[in-house]
Design a protein around this ligand. Structure first.
Ligand SMILES: NC(=O)c1ccc[n+]([C@@H]2O[C@H](COP(=O)([O-])OP(=O)(O)OC[C@H]3O[C@@H](n4cnc5c(N)ncnc54)[C@H](OP(=O)(O)O)[C@@H]3O)[C@@H](O)[C@H]2O)c1
Length: 271
């Protein structure tokens, strides 16, 4: 099997790589990817060993060409892929001014996600998994009703990208709008909406082939990113949070999870 995790130099991504390596075989390969090659190699060296081979690879999801380039290399080397976790996130804190960071934030979290989906969905082998780490905040419940159709009407990932670009521009210009001040919310809604659009396009053939495309919520995790916002001292460690996500990647397909946001094995309704 071939697996790949983005944003895997620390936090949940690193734990997903370690968990995959432990649960796969020595003939399998797990790609530990990140935006900085030194941090990637340090993370590879921190792996305990045993199980699948862990291979470092540069994949800066903010780079418009990176996902398709890595996908092309993986196709040439292995002919396809079995498990992809889109996990990378730009770390932001309560003191960051949304007007200053939203351009990079959307580039990493949203356009980076749609590029990953577009690049790796065509490579999925039978019984493959393409899982985007989103959040329970990624549902319409957290958005003003006037904004809902922006994420329910699009039928392509480009149209989702247009909505995200529109939100980014509104935020950068400091315009008064219905968008929530916590930029994590529209970003996560956009990720879940992108997964839903792709899944709607591919549902029948994917289900026949045992493929799962889904968004996943890991729940609150004790990482430096969440510690900027909340007291996470008693929250699960990345390794504990990774377990349910690894089950989703490795257990048999449950068709009702296809195209949905899944938390603890249960579908979280989008609407
Ligand atoms: N923590 C929580 O409580 C929580 C709750 C719900 C959902 N989530 C989601 O879970 C995922 C992981 O969160 P986390 O708390 O583990 O985050 P984290 O500890 O901040 O790790 C983020 C990872 O993303 C990488 N990254 C940042 N920009 C990147 C880029 N341009 N290209 C590639 N990688 C990049 C970082 O690399 P560097 O090492 O180079 O900085 C790091 O490895 C995120 O999608 C997050 O939204 C987390």
């Amino acid at each position: 099997m071939i697996a790949l995790v983005t944003g895997a130099t620390q936090g949940l991504g690193l734990a997903l790589v370690e968990g995959l390596a432990q649960r796969l075989e020595p003939t399998d390969t797990v790609y530990l990817t990140g935006r900085d090659m030194n941090r990637v190699m340090t993370a590879v060296q921190s792996m305990p060993g045993g199980g699948a081979k862990v291979r470092g690879e540069l994949l800066d999801v903010a780079d418009p060409t990176a996902a398709s380039l890595v996908a092309q290399q993986i196709q040439e080397r292995h002919g396809g892929i079995d498990i992809v976790f889109g996990n990378a996130v730009m770390r932001i804190g309560p003191d960051d001014d949304p007007r200053e960071i939203i351009d990079t934030y959307t580039q990493v979290n949203n356009f980076g996600t749609t590029r990953l989906l577009k690049s790796f969905a065509p490579l999925l082998n039978d019984n493959g998994r393409l899982l985007i780490v989103a959040s329970s905040l990624g549902t319409l419940h957290h958005l003003a009703p006037v904004l809902h159709k922006r994420f329910t009407e699009p039928s392509t990932m480009d149209e989702i990208d247009e909505q995200i670009a529109n939100w980014r521009d509104t935020t950068m210009q400091g315009r008064v709008s219905a968008w929530p001040a916590f930029i994590n919310i529209p970003s996560k809604v956009g990720q879940v909406a992108a997964v839903r659009v792709l899944a709607a396009e591919r549902r029948e053939p994917d289900l026949r082939r045992g493929i799962l495309i889904a968004a996943v919520c890991p729940g609150m995790i004790n990482t430096p990113t969440s510690a900027l916002w909340w007291d996470v001292s008693t929250a699960p460690t990345p390794a504990q949070a990774a377990k349910k996500l690894l089950d989703l990647a490795l257990d048999p397909l449950q068709p009702e999870q296809y195209g949905e946001l899944v938390r603890d094995g249960e579908v979280v309704p989008f609407r």
